[in-house]
Design a protein. Structure first.
Length: 287
């Protein structure tokens, strides 16, 4: 994961947001899922100013530049993902922190090289200006948005990893709500007076045996904030066909259709045991 970085070396404050706020991430070059999300946002009456992306806009899919262009044009508040960090720096790999020798590690060079060759100079400039953290307030409560961990951009934080959750909440230095991505599975966990909330991913299913994408809504209630998880159907068959046409790894195209990851090496025991078990939309309140 590299040396420990200072907390929020580059951040953006959105000020007070009335809500609801739509949080999403892990677009992973899946333009079909991204279009479905914006259609859902329009149905809900949520504009671009109340949408926040947890990063990794580019990734496994066939349309990296197209996805980046959509977020740039709509001026969606976005935190830097490890893929964007690597692309902006012209790095040799995605910086995903995969388990060495795993299937995902072995295949990452193919999809990363594909994205690297297709991302424009304009998108790279946008990435270099993208903050590592976003802060905002809702209902008098402070929220922080990061990609992976608070200090390590590519740290995987899962619901089943209690040590990582405790470590991350302690790093914040005060009780708060943290919205983060990277791990690809939606969950909310209360830890030591704080809340860790992952909206899930758009571009790859949640390893639950369904092709659904995920996003979250943050809304103010009389007693605090409500964080709700929502599944999203989209043209996953079309997205998979685009990947195959582009010559991208078949196992990821198949994952869009089956809802199962080709590799679970990064998962804690709890998440591995839940492979193929459909997730139910859920919600959590905080504080």
């Amino acid at each position: 994961m590299g040396p420990e970085a200072p907390l929020f070396p580059r951040s953006r404050d959105l000020g007070d947001l009335d809500g609801p706020v739509l949080a999403f991430g892990g677009v992973l070059s899946n333009l079909d899922a991204l279009h479905a999300l914006f259609a859902e946002a329009a149905r809900l009456g949520i504009g671009a100013g109340r949408m926040i992306c947890t990063g990794d806009v580019a990734g496994y899919g066939a349309e990296p530049e197209e996805c980046l262009s959509v977020l740039r044009e709509r001026r969606i508040a976005t935190v830097l993902g490890n893929v964007e960090e690597s692309l902006a720096a012209d790095a040799d790999d995605c910086g995903c922190n995969f388990v060495e020798g795993s299937t995902c590690d072995a295949l990452s060079g193919t999809w990363y090289g594909y994205a690297h060759a297709r991302v424009s100079d304009g998108s790279r400039a946008w990435m270099r200006a993208t903050p590592r953290a976003i802060t905002f307030r809702m209902g008098g409560h402070a929220l922080t948005v990061v990609h992976g961990g608070l200090r390590h951009i590519s740290r995987y934080v899962f619901a089943g990893d209690t040590d990582a959750l405790a470590d991350e909440v302690a790093a914040l230095g005060r009780p708060g709500a943290i919205i983060a991505g990277h791990c690809g599975i939606p969950f909310s966990r209360a830890v030591a007076g704080s809340l860790w909330h992952n909206p899930g991913a758009l571009g790859l299913p949640a390893n639950d045996g369904t092709p659904r994408a995920w996003y979250a809504l943050v809304t103010a209630e009389e007693a605090g904030l409500r964080f709700s998880h929502h599944a999203l159907a989209y043209d996953h068959t079309g997205a998979a066909a685009k990947m195959r046409k582009a010559g991208l790894p078949e196992v990821y195209a198949r994952a869009l259709e089956t809802g199962l990851w080709p590799d679970t090496a990064i998962l804690p025991a709890r998440e591995k045991a839940a492979t193929g078990v459909p997730l139910a939309p859920a919600a959590a309140s905080w504080p």
